[in-house]
Design a protein around this ligand. Structure first.
Ligand SMILES: *Cc1c(COP(=O)(O)O)cnc(C)c1O
Length: 229
């Protein structure tokens, strides 16, 4: 077994153990392998070990991998900060975008999603850690943005995403995820058909799953420490 396939197995076991511990079914939580800074050959190795969905943060880096690995029919998720001058490439190459934090970017993605492709699956990124994180819509502005994005053509609003500040205490990790979950539940109460809570990374996926995560985004625990292409 290669290191990557062993790491993937270990991460899947962590997800299953965390789910069981809080009375959830492991199948409710999907695994996004975050391959930023790793070359296409490494993605290919993870794909050979059964991983289908990959997350990328940087547009140019991602496009090269998407093109090189097109034959593998992987599912690509854009999870990094998105500038409005890069939306056209993202709208064409990705299945999902997790990092919508303003209407202008969502409108451009909606307008630029190529006809013939299914709707782009999107999540709003919410800044649940206040000043310590720059990205994401403020919690009190999330509902207005969600309703506006849900009304756009060619996009399907699936849920919310957060990257809380790094904390080592399990209870504090849970508290940040709980804030995202609370906003998510209010939006569902309002009638938005959301099904995705994109939260949890290598260091905090257990806390995220305890708070209801349906998708964890894991890089380091699968691929190792950051590496430059
Ligand atoms: C890098 C990154 C991840 C993965 O983080 P790890 O700590 O390496 O697991 C998840 N989400 C986002 C938005 C990232 O930028």
């Amino acid at each position: 077994m290669t290191t990557i396939s062993a790491n993937l197995q270990a991460v899947r076991e962590r997800i299953a153990a965390a789910a069981r511990k809080c009375g959830r079914r492991p199948e409710e939580i999907s695994l996004l392998a975050v391959s930023k800074s790793w070359p296409a050959s490494v993605v290919r190795e993870a794909a050979a070990a059964g991983q289908q969905a990959f997350g990328e943060n940087y547009v140019q880096e991602a496009l090269a991998k998407v093109a090189e690995l097109a034959a593998l029919r992987l599912e690509w998720h854009f999870i990094g900060p998105l500038q409005s001058n890069k939306t056209r490439m993202v709208a064409a190459a990705f299945a999902w975008v997790h990092s919508i934090d303003r209407l202008k970017v969502a409108e451009r993605l909606a307008e630029q999603r190529p006809t013939g492709l299914p709707p782009l699956q999107v999540c709003l990124q919410v800044n649940v850690s206040g000043e310590t994180s720059k990205s994401g819509v403020a919690p009190d502005a999330a509902a207005a943005l969600a309703h506006a994005v849900a009304a756009l053509p060619n996009l399907k609003l699936r849920g919310l995403m957060a990257v809380p500040e790094e904390l080592s205490d399990f209870g504090q990790q849970r508290a940040a995820f709980c804030r995202l979950r609370w906003i998510y539940d209010r939006l569902r109460d309002d009638g938005l058909p959301l099904d995705t809570l994109s939260m949890g990374m290598s260091q905090d996926l257990e806390a995220a799953i305890t708070e209801g995560s349906t998708l964890v985004r894991v890089g380091t625990a699968i691929f190792g420490g950051r590496h430059r292409l």
